[in-house]
Ligand binder design. Sequence first.
Ligand code: ADE
Length: 254
Amino acid sequence: MRFDILTLFPQFFETPLSSAIFQRARDKGLASFNTYNIRDYTHDKHNVVDDYPFGGGAGMLLKPEPIFEAIEDVLKDRHLCEEPVPVILTTPQGRPFSQPLAYQLAEHKRLVILCGHYEGVDDRVREHIVTHEISIGDYVLSGGELAALVIADAVTRLLPGVLGSDESAAGDSHSEGLLEYPQFTRPAEFRGWAVPEILLSGNHAKITAWRREQSLLKTAERRPDLLSKASLTAKERKTLAARLEEPEHNYPDE
Ligand code: ADE
C-alpha cells in the first residue's frame, strides 16, 4: 500500500513514520509513506496557503489551489484504468473512523490523506476532490496530522504480512465488534494478585469460552452501543443478561 500524506507540517511525520508499525511495514516492503508540503504547491512570493473566509467570520481557511495542485501532482502517474484512489480529508466533521472502515481502506493499493488545518478548508476541496471525510473522534484537534497517523496506523497493521501470524489483528478489540478479553503474562501471581485459574488449566475449550464471556461482559459494561450491533447467539444473550444481573456487574453510574 502506498500512502501519500499532504500536510503543512511534513516534519511532524518524520519520527512516527520511521518507527514501530510504519517502519516494520516499510522494511517488509508492504507499505510506503510519502509526505508532501502543501506550501510547495503555492506560486506566490510568500507561499500563502490560507485566506479569510468570504462573508466574514473568525479564522483562516486553506485555499483550494495548492491543495488541488498537490493532489493532482501526487496522482499524475496513475493510469485511468487503475482503481480510483481514495482521497481522505481528516476533519472533525467527517464520518467516525472505525475498525470496519480501516478494513475497507486496507483493501486499496493507495491512499491519499489530506490533513485539514486552521479553521477549515475551502469547501470546493471537500466537494470536488476529496472522496472520504474522516473524523477520529468527537473532539477538535489543532490539525489533521494526528488523525492522519491514526488512520495510517490502523490501516497499516491490517495489511497482510505486516503483523506476524501469532499477533494477527483478528483477535483485536473491535475486530468482531466486541472489546478484547483481559490478558495476563508471567508471573502467575504478582503482589498477591493471581491470574484467573482457568488460564493456567491447559483446557483450551474452557479458555476459549471464558475469553468469549469476558469479551461479552466487558463490552456490555463499557460499550453497550457495540453490543447491540455484534453477532451473539440467543444463548449468549441470555447468559450475558443473567451474568449482568450479578452484583459485581452492577456499577453505579459515573
Ligand atoms: N482535525 C481536527 N479534529 C479532528 C478530528 N477529531 N478528526 C479528524 N481530523 C481532525
